[in-house]
Design a binder for this molecule. Structure first.
Ligand SMILES: [Zn+2]
Length: 300
């Protein structure tokens, strides 16, 4: 989902301060954070991650603990806000809505852990804020803020209040979407997966003009170079190969580059070498495109 909003130059100033802040914070991160970089490319185990953020599965967590825990009014809201505030402290990202009543702490931790992992790996990604809010029936959405319809100011990510409050519904709906092939299978929890997908959108927005229009052509070129066989029906075999991408990568039977890139990003970041081949091609294209944008503004 994309929405263009002209926020003017004020946001640009904020972005510059966010970017500087991110660079400073990244330079002073504890060594343990480096484990995220490697962990994101292989199977994600919790041992190393625990050094920075204690991962908690997306269950009802403390709310459904077998031991009754007496909490003062507002205590859980303060805890959730505190967990989210870590993103501001570590990465300079603004957080909104994490103090809403009824949010599941396990889900909040998963959202924050996904952001930490992705930002450790791609620290220059221009994400301005993350919020718990209304996303029109989706689990999460990304919004790109552009000034004068041209240069990207930053991406805002919103995660659904409904799903952040109901981990069972989040798990069931995600599992159903995986079973019908809409999402590729993920090695992480549903909130984590949704955030990684949205992070893929943020990277897409970085190099938008350079990549969205050529993604399908590049995929076909890759396939033809690698698998071209005069005895086979190239068009049909290419279509079968492309069909390895998740269903969400297509809209009414047509390749949908924006969702395909985000899905491919999620597939490779969470499944590593087990990701599908077209997803690996798209992922590489996406990351290279974002890195070339960062080089233009001397961020790398
Ligand atoms: Zn998407």
């Amino acid at each position: 989902m994309i929405r263009k909003i002209d926020e003017g130059a004020g946001l640009l100033d904020r972005l510059i301060s966010v970017t500087n802040n991110v660079a400073h914070i990244r330079a002073t991160l504890p060594r343990g954070a480096a484990h995220y970089v490697r962990a994101a490319d292989s199977e994600l185990h919790s041992a190393d991650n625990a050094k920075v953020i204690q991962p908690v599965p997306a269950t009802a967590g403390n709310l459904e603990s077998p031991l009754p825990v007496r909490r003062r009014a507002g205590q859980l809201e303060r805890l959730n806000t505190q967990i989210a505030n870590g993103l501001t402290e570590r990465h300079g990202i603004q957080t909104y809505g994490f103090g809403r009543p009824g949010l599941d702490t396990g889900t909040i931790r998963e959202i924050v852990r996904a952001m930490d992992n992705m930002l450790a790996k791609y620290p220059h990604t221009r994400i301005l804020s993350i919020e718990i809010g209304d996303v029109d029936g989706s689990i999460a959405r990304s919004f790109e803020d552009r000034s004068s319809q041209t240069s990207l100011v930053g991406t805002r990510i919103a995660f659904s209040t409904k799903y952040a409050s109901n981990p069972r519904l989040l798990s069931e709906d995600t599992e159903q979407a995986i079973n019908r092939g809409h999402f590729s299978r993920r090695s992480e929890g549903p909130a984590y997966s949704a955030i990684v997908h949205e992070f893929g959108h943020a990277l897409t927005y970085e190099g938008r003009s350079a990549i969205v229009d050529i993604a399908e052509t590049k995929l076909f070129e890759y396939y033809r170079r690698k698998y071209s066989n005069p005895e086979s029906d190239l068009e049909k075999s290419y279509k079968d190969w492309l069909g390895k991408l998740s269903g969400y990568s297509f809209c009414k039977g047509y390749f949908h580059p924006i969702e395909a890139l985000a899905e491919a990003f999620a597939d490779v970041e969470m499944n590593g070498v087990r990701a599908t081949e077209p997803a690996k091609v798209l992922h590489e294209m996406l990351v290279n495109s974002a890195r070339s944008e960062w080089r233009k503004v001397r961020l790398t």
